[in-house]
Design a protein around this ligand. Structure first.
Ligand code: C2E
Ligand code: CA
Ligand code: CA
Ligand code: CA
Length: 276
């Protein structure tokens, strides 16, 4: 029993576990699951509209939960917000992605580029550029096979200078830099001019709401005029493809083409796409 400060005692039953307790429990389970190799990546194709071809894939983390099956990041978001665990998940992402890319290169699978999402904790170490260079060398994967996705809040948050130095080094090495979820944070293109950005990803909330068509068109024009390729996320319907093509969008990604898939399905998807 606990005292609630108003002269009554309150009994906490297990069902009333606080959010804090649930979070601690989740983080404990994730830590164990990492050590047991239960995290892996799914891959979602990015389609080039002009070439009508597969430009690459975005790598997205999944938890192969022994009881609950394949879980998306929404089920373990707290882990990405925890400094130590997001670093560990970042390690898993690079090891899995680079190992997979090495295998595809050996098998002659034309996967294009793989994009990996980076959290702010990974930038804060100050070692990210050197670590990525070392990993690429160890797996013998060329830098021009890799894209990193960074949200605008990472750029605008703590240590913008470390972030900018890191992305400059990676960009100079041949890694593409994509600005993720553009339009949902508090940066403007003017703020971002100081960073090398090769790809602008329009958040799916704009793509999916037809009232935001003017925003989508403006972002495509701005990005193009600044020399970036523009990628639209969350494309679910043919009419969205038509609108984006008409606006001059470069690349598209979404359930209309494919949901994120296990690595084993990627070669088959590429074959089917090129002969469809
Ligand atoms: P994100 O980077 O914006 O990734 C795109 C999300 O949109 C993915 O969700 C993808 O499955 C989903 N998506 C793709 N096409 C469609 C569509 O047509 N309709 C709808 N409704 N959704 C679509 P997912 O895989 O659940 O990942 C959620 C977020 O988790 C990602 O958002 C990213 O912020 C984070 N995340 C995933 N993997 C990693 C990782 O390895 N590292 C880090 N730091 N974050 C990751
Ligand atoms: Ca992303
Ligand atoms: Ca995104
Ligand atoms: Ca997002």
């Amino acid at each position: 029993a606990k005292y609630d400060g108003r002269n009554r005692s309150v009994v906490f039953r297990p069902a009333m576990r606080t959010e804090v307790e649930q979070r601690v429990e989740l983080l404990r389970e994730v830590r164990l699951a990492i050590s047991q190799g239960e995290f892996d990546l799914f891959y979602q194709p990015v389609v080039d509209l002009a070439g009508n071809s597969v430009a690459g894939f975005e790598a997205l983390m999944r938890w192969n939960h022994p009881e609950q099956g394949v879980l998306p990041p929404a089920a373990f978001m707290a882990a990405f917000e925890d400094n130590d665990l997001s670093l560990q998940l970042g390690e898993v992402a690079f090891e899995r992605a680079l190992g997979q890319m090495r295998a595809w290169l050996d098998q002659g699978v034309e996967f294009g580029r793989v994009a990996i999402n980076i959290s702010s904790a990974q930038f804060r170490t100050g070692r990210l550029a050197a670590e990525i260079a070392a990993k690429l060398a160890r797996w013998n994967v060329p830098a021009d096979r890799l894209t990193i996705e960074v949200t605008e809040n990472v750029y605008m948050g703590w240590g913008a200078e470390v972030v900018s130095d890191t992305v400059k080094q990676l960009h100079d090495a041949g890694v593409l830099i994509a600005l993720d979820d553009f339009g949902t944070g508090y940066a403007s293109l003017a703020n971002l001019r100081q960073f090398p950005i090769d790809r602008l990803k329009i958040d799916k909330s704009f793509v999916q709401n037809s009232q935001d068509d003017a925003i989508v068109r403006a972002v495509i024009n701005l990005g193009s005029s600044m020399g970036m390729k523009v990628v639209a996320e969350g494309v679910e319907r043919p009419d969205q493809v038509a609108t984006l093509t008409q606006y001059g969008c470069d690349q598209v990604q979404g359930y209309h083409f494919a949901r994120p898939m296990p690595a084993a399905e990627v070669a088959g998807f590429i074959d089917a796409f090129s002969t469809r």
